[in-house]
Design a binder for this molecule. Structure first.
Ligand SMILES: Nc1ncnc2c1ncn2[C@@H]1O[C@H](COP(=O)(O)OP(=O)(O)OP(=O)(O)O)[C@@H](O)[C@H]1O
Length: 653
């Protein structure tokens, strides 16, 4: 019988205690690892989300803009790539505060215009950037250049604005420089005028809050691919504080009578008042006298609002601001200027013949005079008729006896061949100035009697009309009222000129407009009102219709001197009922009625009294034919033929 084998009992030793612990640890390891990995993953995810959100906010964070096209923040490197490192070949143009480049994002085909503000040397660029950004985001109209985005880094002083590209660039560029064939059709020019009028109407009356552009001129009117015009560059724009502006319009200007230098329509007065500002602590930098006066931007820099000018920054009164401002007539002004007449006559600048003695005024004089002289010489370098009064005689003699003209011309040509040309135009201006001086001495021009300056002005026009024997230069100078003017300001002006801040919009009184486009009352120290835009729009209409700059010397001598000042020429043509002569001869398919309406509107806009200028709403109605333009004011009524002529030198015997 098989015995049952029972295995020997093996004493099973229980594992030692530390082994059990080890075993337990091994058991715990996987979940522990899992926990660590999970935690790490969670941390990484959170970190990634954080970084991603930060990056994406930097690149594309939508602003609180009410616009349909949200204004986005772009990284500087993205914009650099979009413009091939701001390559000069992509440069579309250059303004007072930097350059504009064409670009495209790698991810989209939309072409862009990238404006890089040069703010390395002054705060003005940064200010314009802030101003433009705050305002443009609030605007949404087919007549305004859309702002797509921006990039800003105040530490590195990089401020960039990104706009929709306007294929045909500015009116200045397309009409005055390139003379685009497309703009030689009347309907296109008319639609440019209409579009700008509607854009300004939107700014003044429909957008919320309403704005004043402050710098309407051809280089700020951009043309898209179909030559539709849009208003751009809101760097000098301000909030239109309706009641304040309208309420102050007349009273404040009246109060500023003293601030406005006697306005008798003379370029000398205008030029002088600019210079007077300089005598009192202004600064001017003019890098290139070949550039036209309208390429100069007047910016009055308040000493308090402009740390760029503070002594701590090493800049003193009258010092040159910066390279970047080189095309600007910049006037440092402010409360310290109140009545601070320096010793000597305010008109002394003219007679300071040595610009090198450190006088800023000398430089301004040089600028204006050199520019006119350059223009004249540039166009007709061989025309010795310009060289001396005796040459002018030849012109006059031409009318009398054409047979001897050639002989005389030849004689004078030989005589003056090696002589430095006498600049007759300078002499004329000097003559005019001394006449005014004498007049003032007699006290004629100081009578004030509480009249508004424009009333005096209009009376002067009437007086002038009655007076038939006007000097040759008077007539030509009529249109310059305000175009070159910066009047004195008193502390009250500055205080009242400071429109209260609202919605982060710059209210600094430190900015002006552009020479030739700036309204006389604003250049003369008044407030910026929507009527300043209306005035600039008037100049713009004349430029668009005539295809000429507001100050331009070209072509044949006699007619050109007459036309050089576009505004006075238009006024003169109105008096002589020859308005259509203003129309660019290159224009075809002209609608004469439309052209007459446009010129009439321009003249209404250019009235010296801001309150007499029409509103943009009224202008749009006139342009659309809804209402008839009113009759031109009395100053444009027909008068006896102008006495404009070159003054022949009296000959002995
Ligand atoms: N959105 C745009 N599309 C195409 N071209 C543009 C655009 N914006 C500006 N430009 C071009 O760049 C030029 C310079 O513009 P910018 O606004 O910087 O200066 P400006 O208006 O000429 O002078 P400033 O601003 O000093 O008065 C314009 O004249 C225009 O030709």
């Amino acid at each position: 019988m098989p015995s049952r084998f029972s295995p020997p009992e093996i004493a099973v030793e229980s594992p030692p205690q530390h082994h059990r612990h080890l075993h337990n640890s091994f058991n715990l390891l996987p979940p522990l690892l899992a926990a660590v990995v999970t935690m790490t993953l969670i941390l990484l995810t959170v970190l990634t989300i954080f970084i991603y959100r930060k990056l994406s906010r930097n690149r594309t964070a939508p602003s609180e803009s009410p616009r349909h096209h949200p204004c986005r923040r772009f990284s500087y490197s993205l914009l650099r790539r979009a413009t091939s490192s701001f390559s000069p070949s992509n440069r579309l143009g250059h303004g007072g505060f930097g350059s504009v480049y064409k670009g495209t994002f790698p991810s989209s085909a939309q072409p862009l215009a990238v404006k890089v503000m040069n703010s390395s040397n002054s705060l003005q660029g940064e200010r314009e950037f802030d101003n433009e950004l705050s305002l443009s985001r609030a605007l949404d109209s087919p007549y305004i250049v859309p702002l797509i985005g921006f990039s800003s880094d105040s530490r590195k002083k990089r401020f960039v604005l990104v706009y929709e590209l306007m294929e045909n660039r500015s009116v200045q560029d397309a009409l005055l420089d390139r003379k685009c064939e497309e703009l030689m059709v009347w309907s296109r020019r008319f639609s440019v005028i209409e579009d700008v009028a509607k854009g300004l109407e939107y700014l003044h009356h429909f957008c919320d809050p309403p704005f004043i552009h402050g710098d309407i001129k051809p280089s700020n009117i951009l043309l898209d691919g179909e030559f539709k015009a849009k208003i751009g560059d809101f760097g000098l724009a301000r909030l239109k504080t309706g009641d304040l502006v309208e309420g102050l319009e007349e009273d404040e200007i009246l109060m500023k009578e003293d601030a406005v230098v006697e306005d008798n329509g003379s370029i000398l007065a205008e030029t002088e008042s600019v210079l007077t500002g300089f005598e009192e602590g202004a600064s001017l930098t003019v890098a290139d006298s070949h550039r036209s006066p309208e390429s100069c931007v007047l910016r009055v820099l308040d000493s308090e609002a402009s740390p760029a000018l503070s002594p701590e920054m090493g800049l003193e009164k009258g010092s040159v601001l910066s390279e970047g401002l080189s095309d600007m007539v910049s006037v440092k002004s402010g409360r310290d200027l109140v009545g601070n007449k320096k010793g000597g006559s305010r008109r002394d600048w003219w007679w300071k013949q040595d610009p090198g003695v450190g006088s800023e005024s000398g430089r301004v004089k040089d600028y204006v005079m050199e520019w006119i002289g350059n223009e004249i010489r540039k166009e007709r370098p061989k025309n010795e008729w310009l060289a001396s009064p005796s040459s002018v005689d030849i012109i006059n003699d031409c009318k009398v006896s054409s047979s001897s003209v050639e002989q005389k011309k030849e004689k004078i040509r030989k005589k003056e061949k090696n002589r430095r040309p006498r600049e007759w135009w300078k002499e004329e201006f000097c003559e005019e100035l001394s006449k005014k001086k004498k007049k003032k001495k007699r006290g004629l021009s100081s009578s004030n009697n509480g009249e508004k300056w424009w009333q005096r002005d209009e009376e002067m026009v009437e007086r002038k009309k009655k007076k038939n024997n006007r000097g040759s230069i008077d007539w030509w100078l009529d249109g310059f009222s305000g175009e070159f003017k910066i009047g004195r300001r008193n502390s009250q002006d500055w205080a009242s000129g400071d429109i209260p801040k609202s919605g982060g919009i710059s209210s600094t009184p430190s900015m002006r407009g552009t020479v030739c486009y700036i309204a006389p009352e604003y250049g003369g120290g008044g407030l910026l009102s929507e009527k300043c835009d209306v005035y600039s729009f008037g100049v713009l209409i004349l430029v668009v219709i005539s295809g000429r700059r507001p100050l331009q010397v070209t072509g044949s001598p006699m007619s050109e001197f007459e036309r050089a000042n576009l505004i006075s020429w238009a006024r003169q043509l109105a008096c002589n009922r020859r308005l259509l002569e203003l129309v660019d001869p290159c224009i075809h398919s002209l609608d004469k009625d439309q052209a007459l309406v446009c010129i009439t509107i321009a003249l209404l806009c250019l009235q010296r009294s801001p309150s007499k200028r029409p509103s943009m709403k009224e202008i749009v109605e006139m342009l659309s034919g809804e209402t008839e333009p009113p009759h031109l004011p009395f100053e444009f009524s027909p008068s006896p033929p102008s006495n404009f002529r070159f003054k022949p030198q009296k000959k002995g015997g």
